[in-house]
Design a protein around this ligand. Sequence first.
Ligand SMILES: O=P(O)(O)O[C@H]1O[C@H](CO)[C@@H](O)[C@H]1O
Ligand SMILES: Nc1nc2[nH]cnc2c(=O)[nH]1
Length: 390
Amino acid sequence: MVALPPAGRRLFEKGRRLGLHNLVEVGKVCYVLAVWRQRDEGRKLISPQDLISRSPCTSASRYHSRPKVNQVPTKVALNRTSLYLHCMSTKVVQGSRRYGYEECKATADWLLDQAPVRPLVGIVCGSGLGGLADMLKDQKIFNYGDIPNFPKSTVHGHAGRLVFGTLKGKPCVCMQGRFHLYEGYPIQKITMPMRIFKLMGVKTVILTNAAGGLNQDYKVGDVMIIKDHINMPGFAGINPLSGPNEESFGTRFPCMSDAYDRKLQQLAQEVGAELGYSDFLREGVYCVLGGPSFETIAECRMLTRLGADAVGMSTVHEVIVARHCGMQVFALSLITNQAVMDYDSHEKANHEEVLQTGEQRSLQLVKLVSTMVARLDVASDYTNGEAHHC
Ligand SMILES: O=P(O)(O)O[C@H]1O[C@H](CO)[C@@H](O)[C@H]1O
Ligand SMILES: Nc1nc2[nH]cnc2c(=O)[nH]1
């Protein structure tokens, strides 16, 4: 065993504590930590691409005569001469920079390398609303479990697949399944896909969710255009932007009074009216709670008094992160159940009813969203028009 410099030794030990006994065989390696011997270089965390482009004669690249971009060296030799390399799982990296730019970039690059299109529109499917992804043409599907750094879906009704394709000619990416606080993931992790969307070139994010109707005028099956939100966990300091600000994504103190794009709300109203959906199309305020327990009667009454029209366990965290990095946001709630407000009621909120309502309204939601996407005025930063296709 060669003598490692202290920084390298600490990382090596940390990797072992995390169970990475054979670093050489860590499959989902996304980062390479290069510890340079030269004092003035210090410690550097670099992406595989950087490593490959910057140091063509490292032991890693020598081992794999010419590693492809995004192909992380699977075997790393340690040598005394100039460079010590360690392949680390993101677990190790998390300790210093949690779900930051580098991890998001590595995942975005990994996806773009294989995706058929550079998406301009990102869609998130709520509980039971995964059918939205089926409308994409020329699909390329990634299971979440195969995507570096991506969490896995654990909730019934969230398939756990990222689907690329085109919708009415617009390049899209669709999350067939999202992540929730109650699944036990850190809030930064559940919102990470928004930053990955951004880095892939997404301009507009369309989020859908299943929600309980608090507004007494709402009926099961109504579709609510979200015009504003109440971030209940945020009141307790649970906000995806807590911690050091990632300046490369956005400002420390992002504005939220314009979170939901007004023009897109208008477009949804117009499209809804044209499709004959006005009877069940609403506009209101969505309140997020942590879940997974549904609300008590007293909680529902309180939320109504606070001005919420619908309650759920998602979306708001994603919206905050999407707005922080400058994407345009539109969101819809499908009212899958009536929140129970009355002690005489025998109704009980349950996930089966949520999924069932999703299925029943699926067609109309698909039509509404796809017609909106067809009319979206999105343009790519990737200059010439053809660049949407990779
Ligand atoms: O918000 P989505 O993901 O649509 O799911 C909603 O439905 C589930 C409860 O039935 C909760 O996860 C709630 O947040
Ligand atoms: N918190 C919450 N989430 C939901 N998702 C679908 N229905 C509900 C509900 O009634 N309450």
